[in-house]
Ligand binder design. Structure first.
Ligand SMILES: C[S@@+](CC[C@H](N)C(=O)[O-])C[C@H]1O[C@@H](n2cnc3c(N)ncnc32)[C@H](O)[C@@H]1O
Length: 228
């Protein structure tokens, strides 16, 4: 179910448009008094600037060997040390509890079921220091965007088609090579339910990475939760 290795090769191109989140997660990392952990670290796109700006080491976990290899290479080029682990976020287990666990770029949407997410939230709650924070972002499903994009070939950054399986709340990004990456969207109440069952508290829900308030028109959920 995880990120298809077939989509990893051009990750820099796929993620080039996403830069606004770096300052957001870096600001949270600056405020954290203790270990920093990124779930689904990918290429280190966020973790490398976080480590560089804060001077703190980031532990990054990911299931994809090729994404972790990119993170290793990018960190070495940037002169930054990351603690990289091949691990599934549903089984998160840390040696030391963290002050901040974060999961950028909608990576929690790669988990297909609510049970997968509940398990992840429970592992996060158990892995945080008291007062520690969990931050993540996820798209707010917009049927107008879905209707416009469904089945239409997109040439950039690599030729692909996006397909919506509405009954399964799933978005498939299908490359012409046949490689596929799937995302399962969730509603605000599902996210709040995950906090509820895992014993985390909502600190803030923003509508973007500039800490702007979430409104009915926001297209992104940017959550900050806290372990009491
Ligand atoms: C969209 S990328 C995000 C990478 C990075 N966090 C960023 O912001 O650029 C999604 C990442 O999630 C990872 N992933 C998917 N399922 C996972 C799981 N169950 N546990 C850990 N990592 C997972 C993939 O391997 C991939 O590197």
């Amino acid at each position: 179910m995880s990120w298809d290795e077939g989509c990893a090769d051009h990750y820099a191109g796929w993620s080039a448009h996403m830069t606004a989140d770096i300052a957001f997660y870096t600001a949270l990392a600056r405020e954290a008094d203790g270990p920093l952990v990124e779930l689904a670290i990918g290429s280190g796109r966020v973790a490398i600037p976080v480590a560089r700006e804060t001077g703190k080491r980031v532990t990054g976990i990911d299931t994809s060997p090729s994404m972790l290899e990119q993170a290793r290479r990018n960190a070495a080029e940037a002169g930054v040390e990351l603690d990289l682990r091949t691990e599934d976020m549903r089984n998160l287990a840390l040696d030391q509890r963290a002050a901040l666990i974060y999961c950028p770029f909608r990576a929690l949407l790669h988990l297909p079921t609510w049970a997968d997410r509940r398990r992840t939230f429970e592992r996060v709650a158990a892995s945080l220091l008291p007062g520690g924070r969990f931050a993540w972002n996820a798209l707010a499903f917009d049927h107008r965007i879905a209707a416009r994009l469904d089945g239409v070939r997109q040439p950039e950054p690599l030729p692909h088609t996006i397909r919506y399986a509405v009954g399964d709340n799933r978005i498939d990004i299908v490359r012409e090579t046949g490689a596929k990456s799937s995302l399962w969207w969730a509603t605000k109440n599902e996210w709040l339910g995950l906090l509820d069952v895992s014993g985390l508290e909502l600190e803030a829900l923003y509508g973007g990475f500039g800490f702007e308030p979430f409104t009915g028109d926001s297209q992104e959920y940017v959550f900050v939760a806290r372990r009491p």
